[in-house]
Design a protein around this ligand. Structure first.
Ligand code: RB5
Length: 151
């Protein structure tokens, strides 16, 4: 599975550890930046990551900012992206199994690198259950997107 990863300057200190974890889990990685702690705007990186998933350059993504909140809000504006901010392992696997999340968001100023790596591991190996009730709920999310989509 190819995983895109992107961060802003607040998330940058965590990116290297997560890249190492992705390699350890034998994931192919598409690194979309940023590459330093020089200030950038997290919506730009959320957009780049979402586009990579929507056009098939990656199957899922990891998006990091300082708190994880801005990245999550921005990513969820992109139709087809379901981003979950997960700072615990339960949310990480349930967000995949029940909600079919395709982006994991993390806050580098909130959790330490080893917990973040464990969350990533759990998230990577979890899969959408496909159960009828979860399909129905995801379909309702898609219907909301369609309802408010202008194009
Ligand atoms: C950047 O200073 C910071 O606002 C950003 O990384 C993130 O925490 C936003 O939610």
């Amino acid at each position: 599975m190819k995983i895109a990863i992107a961060c802003d300057h607040g998330g940058f200190p965590l990116k290297a550890r997560l890249m190492t974890e992705l390699a350890a889990q034998r994931a192919e990685v598409l690194d979309l930046g940023t590459d330093s702690e020089a200030p950038v705007d997290y919506p730009d990186y959320a957009l780049a990551l979402g586009q990579a998933i929507l056009d098939g350059r990656a199957q899922a993504g990891v998006l990091i900012c300082g708190s994880g909140v801005g990245a999550t809000v921005a990513a969820n504006k992109i139709p087809g992206i379901r981003a979950g901010l997960c700072h615990d392992t339960f949310s990480a696997h349930q967000g995949r199994e029940d909600d079919d999340c395709n982006v994991l968001c993390l806050g580098a100023r909130v959790i330490g690198p080893e917990l973040a790596a464990e969350i990533l591991r759990v998230w990577l190996h979890a899969r959408f259950s496909g159960l009828e009730r979860h399909r129905r709920r995801v379909e309702k999310i898609l219907a909301i997107e369609r309802q408010f989509s202008r194009s």
